[in-house]
Design a protein around this ligand. Structure first.
Ligand code: NAD
Length: 506
């Protein structure tokens, strides 16, 4: 449990609050396992439904639809989501613009309660939402449950934060009254990835809503069914018409209409570096009729390294590296894709890591035994296999896990060594179950290798040497640095998340 104690600045409006994370489901308990199995069976019966756009509170059918497939069974259609056109994008902007003045002037306490009611609904539908993630995004049970828990946390954490910020601060001096407070900006365009399909979309959307902005949700094509569930929940929680629109569609087709429109005040984006940089350029340009400078929030990719020191506890290091590199098939921005082992520990670590990787269970996401699920799509599988072929020619294979038969997009977890530091595979984000091993002669060299990357999202160190740990704290510059633990799974209110360098705007 996390307890945060935050005080406002010096007057009667100062608030103190405590925030506690929603606990993860304990699947060693029979009741939780049965609840999850029942949710999977129930959701399976509801696969294949259609989810139209939601603009200004109304369901809007489209001429074309996006089919969302189950990565574990690619012939299974999870749902059909409306495929928005550029005209729908303009309609969404118009609806958000109309709804803005009233929402801006809604007392912040009411906006906080909207988020808390949404969190309560999600808590009641917790296993059902996790089951949708299992089917649509190929998340294993624990990963799906963690994403739903994080979504609930975001709603409650942002509501708490808004109560602190909403009152503003008195900054009086004798004879002068000063009040420091925050203003909503306007229309927030939210563009989200598929890998944390509820948490990231909901986090970015509710942060915009609670601070008095109206929102347009553009979910990723691969996770638009879950996004439709979020829209339903926000409506049920009492979001007025037009305050939030559900606008699934192809990013390249409707993206520019949303980001370049002069009415857009803010673009909140989480996704790849290439798209993030494009949107950053588009939002920076001032269009005719635009009376403000747009804000861009960008959370991008990573090429994250873990250093294993020569005195590290290797059992702990192997477990931490395997979880960081292969959990959710390496499809996390925070995933470990490079391991740098110091000196004499290399041979032993390599042997133990190899044995651990060869024993990984790859399988469909609904099977509770699965550790590595399929990747999200055929395109992703092809991209990752391309990097693996390159790694095999430029370096050598250390270990590979078996993949099952069937129609899932399975990619074998693999470890390679001997690649040059400037190899494409060593520098670009692969976003799959592919791990590179490097050797450093000293801890100092290991830190230099870890930092030799365009990205700076997460990093990790396994060491028992207090001086090296201290050095890493000073010199291993990454958004989130973890010592003697895995580098994925940042927790709301405890490990605020944001990257350096090309990993985002922080
Ligand atoms: P992506 O960049 O391909 O797509 C993200 C979103 O952008 C999708 O909704 C997509 O439709 C949209 N999009 C694509 N092209 C667009 C365009 N031209 N204009 C407007 N929108 C466009 O990323 P993805 O495959 O969905 O997600 C994986 C990436 O996200 C990885 O790089 C990963 O590291 C990153 N990510 C980062 C974080 C973080 O917090 N830093 C968290 C999760 C994922």
């Amino acid at each position: 449990m996390t307890m945060a104690r935050i005080s406002g600045m010096g007057d009667a409006s100062a608030v103190t609050f405590t925030f506690a994370n929603d606990p993860l489901a304990d699947f060693s308990r029979d009741d939780n396992r049965q609840a999850m199995q029942a949710a999977l069976a129930d959701v399976k019966r509801r696969l294949g439904q259609s989810y139209p756009l939601v603009l200004d509170g109304r369901r809007v059918d489209t001429a074309e639809w996006i089919e969302s497939l189950n990565p574990s069974h690619v012939r299974e259609i999870v749902g059909r989501c409306g495929k928005a056109t550029t005209q729908h994008a303009r309609d969404a902007l118009a609806a958000a613009e109309r709804a803005f003045p009233a929402w801006r002037d809604t007392p912040f306490e009411e906006r906080c309660r909207l988020l808390e009611r949404a969190a309560d609904i999600m808590r009641k539908r917790r296993f059902e939402l996790a089951a949708w993630e299992v089917f649509e995004c190929g998340k294993q049970w624990r990963e799906a449950d963690a994403d739903v828990a994080e979504t609930i946390d975001y709603c409650r954490y942002y509501a708490d934060e808004m109560r602190r910020l909403g009152r503003g601060y008195s900054m009086n001096v004798p004879g002068e009254t000063n009040h420091y407070f925050y203003e909503p900006r306007g229309i927030a365009v939210i563009i989200a990835p598929w890998n944390f399909p509820l948490a990231i979309l909901c986090g970015m959307t509710t942060a915009a809503l609670v601070t008095g902005n109206t929102a347009i949700m553009k979910p990723a094509e691969q996770s638009s069914v879950i996004a439709a569930k979020l829209q339903e929940i926000l409506e049920e929680a009492g979001a007025p018409a037009g305050v939030v629109q559900y606008l699934p569609g192809i990013g390249e087709e409707i993206g520019p209409t949303l980001t370049e429109d002069p009415r857009t005040a803010l673009v909140a984006f989480t996704g790849s570096r290439g798209v993030g940089l494009l949107l950053n350029r588009q939002t920076a340009e001032v269009k005719d009729g635009q009376d403000h400078i747009k804000r861009m929030i960008a959370e991008l990719g990573g090429k994250n390294a873990i250093i294993v020191d020569d005195d590290a506890d290797l059992d702990q290091a192997v477990e931490g590296v395997v979880a960081s590199a292969f959990g959710y098939a390496g499809q996390k921005c925070s995933a470990c894709s490079r391991v740098i082992v110091v000196g004499a520990a290399y041979a032993e670590f390599r042997t133990r890591l190899g044995a651990a990787v060869e024993s990984l269970v790859v399988g469909p996401s609904h099977d509770p035994y699965t550790f590595v699920p399929p990747v999200i799509s055929a395109d992703a599988k092809e991209r990752i296999e391309g990097y693996a072929r390159l790694a095999a020619t430029e370096g050598s294979l250390v270990a590979e896990a078996q993949v099952p038969g069937g129609t899932g997009y399975y990619v074998a977890p693999r470890v390679y060594e001997g690649l040059a530091l400037d190899s494409k595979v060593a520098r670009e984000e692969v976003f799959g179950p592919l791990l590179l091993l490097f050797r450093a002669e000293s801890f100092e060299e290991a830190v230099a290798l870890a930092l030799d990357s365009p990205f700076g999202l997460t990093g990790g160190v396994f060491s028992r040497n207090p001086r090296n740990i201290e050095r890493a704290r000073r010199e291993f510059r990454a958004g989130n640095l973890y010592i003697n633990r895995k580098i994925t799974g940042a927790i709301v209110g405890r490990q605020p998340f944001g990257g350096l360098a090309m990993s985002g705007l922080g």
